[in-house]
Every structure is written in structure tokens, then in C-alpha cells.
Design a protein around this ligand. Structure first.
Ligand code: GUN
Ligand code: FE
Length: 416
């Protein structure tokens, strides 16, 4: 699995062993020879109806939107005003934030997601509550305080100075603490002034190994609004570019309506796009052009974008991604889907030396998929001819029920 998601670049062990010691993977391969290399006292768990894969990586999700998933009838800008902003307004209260963070993390783990790039709310306490919740299970997670100083209700705005200061304090406390990382998180261009975006860029310059996480070109009305608000920008991405927000650790959610020069800049700067199919369909935003991103060699990960997205399940996200690509008369192969949801996400987040492909020496973040999770899966998979087909069926029919167990840093953090 060292090559970019082409169909030949994977390893499959029909009768395989994944050996874990403490928090790390110490061996991987055919059962016959791996078992011979292990100490005699090694405990072996036998899982004949399972497929083990790397933990899923969700490259774009909003934890404060957990309780508003499935909000009816609107596209992006009215959806934000009608549902999202009032919901996020509750996160000034740290105990509320912690309650939601705990439920959010449980839901991720139930769905086999072991790492996510997560939006907090504008409130500093929302990120503190989130990171504190992550520490309980030593999860590898990335989060940031939303920066937004205009075009939102008063109860949900900060100022350029407070957003800079609070983000800085959060970076100092949390970035690289255990397995946690910080992301500078301007919500999207319309909710930040020039001054705020400039300070976000300053912060990224001061902490170059911190992430930058925002939204980009999701919805046509949004794109038109950005051109009005930033008349001197050449295109949407250029607003962020002019404020020095493109980097190897920058992740832009959606990127649906992009021109060639935007793909080119994303490639040049090593930035990534989070492809969020369930959200793009549910909020009626459009079809992500995976072929364009690939043509320009732009890093792509998959995102659920809950609460705009409709499922915490990366399997269901892949299911919808397949349909988005079908509507463009192309195919998304199961191997590429697996890649995008694991190693591709790890690469987008520059974590491929730590997670994403079960390589020996990497962190033991993995999931056990149950081929007999439901009657339909059982009967359908019995007819499957090879691993590609089995994966495709699991991705199409599977959801949280197909996740038998989830492991993070060698510990079982969910068992169905
Ligand atoms: N653009 C700005 N904020 C948001 C958000 O919360 N969700 C989505 N999907 N797009 C956004
Ligand atoms: Fe989003």
C-alpha cells in the first residue's frame, strides 16, 4: 500500500495476522510465517468472519453539529442561519460541550473512525472540552476553535484579536499533546474579515506544523458571495492564498466549484481537499470532481461533514461517494475507496508515518469488519468472488453494524 490509490497498490492476506504490542503494530502478514516469529506466550484471537483494516480517517467533521444531523430542507447559507448557528450557540457552556463531545467520539468509534479533523465552535471551551474527551481513550484527533468575526449572530462571533489570542493559547496547551493536534480554523471566507484571515495566516506562520482547516467552494451562492466580499481576489481559493493560509497541513472541505488554477495552487502548496459526498448531496451543493483533483495531483481525503453530512459511517460515506462519481460517468473502485478512507486521509493529514496502512511500526489504530454483520451481508458476501468485491459489498451495504470492534493505540475502544 505504498503507492497512491491505484488498484494494484494494496496488500491482502487471506489468512493474515496483525500482531500488536502495547500501542504499535509489530508484525503483519500471512498467518503461517507471522505466527512463527511471535513469542510463544502471544495471545492469538481468531476472527474467521472478519476483515481487518486500518482505522478510518474522517478529514472533515463538525462535533458541535452532532445533535442537528438531518436538518430539513435548506441549502448552505440558509441551513447555516436556520439550524447551525443556533446549535453552535450552545457551546459556550463547557459541560454541554463535553456531553456532546463524549457522544460524538463514541459515535465515531462505533463507526470505525479512529482519527478525524474536527471543527469546534467559536468558543474556546468547546475545543478544551473536546480535547479532554479525546484524552480518555488516547485518540489521535485534530481540532480547532472556529474563527468568525462577521456575517453571523453576535452570540457566535469573536474578534480578530480574541480569535488570534485564544487560538494561540489552545495551540500552546494542546498541539502535539499526546496524540492531539491543533487546526487553525477560520470557518469560511464569508465569516472572517480581512484582518482576521491575516491573523490566521500570521498564526500559521508562527506555528508551521499546526493544521489549517476551513471550507472552500461548496455552494454556488456562497462562491458568488465570496467574490462580492473579496473583490480583489482572483477566485475563492485566492482569498485564503492572499492571507497565506495554504500549506502542507491545510485541508479545505468540499472544493466542488474550482477552476484549474485553484487545483494548481492546491497542488503546488501541498494542500488537501476533503471530499464530503453525503453532505454535498444532502445540502444540494454539487458533485465533487475527483478526476480533476487527481489530474492535478491534489491530495484528497474523505469527510462525513456531519451535521451537513448524514452519516458518521465512512462505509456509508464511501457508498455515497461511489454514486457521486457514477453521476459523472466514472467509477470509484473499492480499493481506491479504501485508500481514500485510510491511507489517503492519513496522507492528506501528513500522518502517514503514524496511521493509515497497518505498516509495522505504526500505531495500532484498526477496525474489525464483520462479514456476517447482517443477514443480507452474510448471504451477499457468500457469493463474492474476491476481496475487491467483498469490500465493495461491505461499503455499499455496511454501516456501524459492520464494525465488530475498533482499536485505538492498541486498545479496544469499541466492541459491538
Ligand atoms: N460552510 C461554512 N460553515 C459550514 C458548515 O458548518 N458546514 C458546511 N457544510 N459548510 C459550511
Ligand atoms: Fe463542514
Amino acid at each position: 500500500p505504498q503507492k497512491v490509490g491505484n488498484d494494484a497498490a494494496y496488500e491482502y492476506f487471506k489468512d493474515g495476522v496483525l500482531a500488536v504490542q502495547n500501542d504499535k503494530i509489530i508484525a503483519l502478514g500471512d498467518a503461517e510465517w507471522v505466527i512463527a516469529t511471535l513469542p510463544k506466550e502471544t495471545v492469538i484471537e481468531h476472527l474467521p468472519d472478519a476483515i481487518i483494516t486500518a482505522g478510518f480517517i474522517d478529514t472533515h467533521i463538525h462535533y458541535p453539529q452532532t445533535d442537528m444531523i438531518g436538518s430539513y430542507g435548506e441549502q448552505l447559507l440558509t441551513w447555516l442561519n436556520t439550524y447551525t448557528f443556533p446549535e453552535e450557540g450552545k457551546f459556550f457552556d463547557k459541560s454541554h460541550a463535553r456531553d456532546v463531545a463524549d457522544r460524538f467520539l463514541k459515535e465515531l468509534l462505533r463507526n470505525g473512525t479512529t482519527t478525524a479533523l474536527v471543527f469546534g465552535s467559536v468558543h474556546k471551551v468547546s475545543v478544551e472540552a473536546f480535547f479532554e474527551a479525546c484524552e480518555v481513550d488516547n485518540l489521535r484527533m485534530i481540532c480547532g476553535k472556529v474563527m468568525m468575526d462577521r456575517n453571523a449572530p453576535d452570540y457566535l462571533t469573536d474578534t480578530p484579536d480574541t480569535s488570534y489570542q485564544e487560538s494561540k493559547e489552545l495551540i500552546e496547551t494542546w498541539h502535539n499533546k499526546g496524540r492531539l493536534h491543533y487546526a487553525i480554523t477560520p470557518r469560511f471566507a464569508p465569516t472572517s474579515s480581512d484582518e482576521q484571515l491575516q491573523l490566521a495566516g500570521k498564526l500559521l506562520n508562527e506555528y508551521p506544523d499546526v493544521y489549517m482547516h476551513t471550507h472552500l467552494s461548496e455552494n454556488k451562492d456562497e462562491c458568488a458571495w465570496v467574490q462580492e466580499l473579496f473583490p480583489d481576489s482572483h477566485n475563492y481559493l485566492d482569498v485564503y492564498d492572499q492571507h497565506k493560509l495554504l500549506s502542507e497541513r491545510s485541508v479545505f472541505a468540499h472544493g466542488i466549484h474550482l477552476c484549474d488554477s485553484e487545483y494548481h495552487r492546491l497542488h503546488k502548496t501541498g494542500s488537501a481537499i476533503a471530499f464530503c459526498p453525503t453532505s454535498n448531496l444532502f445540502i444540494g451543493s454539487g458533485l465533487f470532481k475527483l478526476n480533476k483533483a487527481e489530474e492535478h495531483d491534489v491530495n484528497v481525503g474523505l469527510g462525513t461533514d456531519v451535521g451537513g453530512g448524514t452519516s458518521f459511517s465512512m462505509l456509508q460515506t464511501i457508498n455515497e461517494a461511489y454514486k457521486v462519481i457514477q453521476l459523472q460517468n466514472e467509477n470509484l473502485s473499492p480499493i481506491k475507496s479504501l485508500y481514500l478512507s485510510t491511507l489517503g486521509g492519513a496522507r492528506a493529514l501528513r500522518l502517514e508515518d503514524k496511521i493509515g496502512n497497518l505498516a509495522v511500526g505504526t500505531e495500532a489504530d484498526f477496525v474489525i469488519l464483520d462479514k456476517k454483520a447482517t443477514p443480507l451481508l452474510t448471504s451477499r458476501l457468500a457469493l463474492s468472488k474476491n476481496i475487491e468485491e467483498s469490500l465493495f459489498i461491505l461499503m455499499t451495504l455496511g454501516d456501524d453494524r459492520a464494525i465488530q470492534a475498533t482499536y485505538s493505540a492498541g486498545q479496544c475502544v469499541h466492541k459491538r
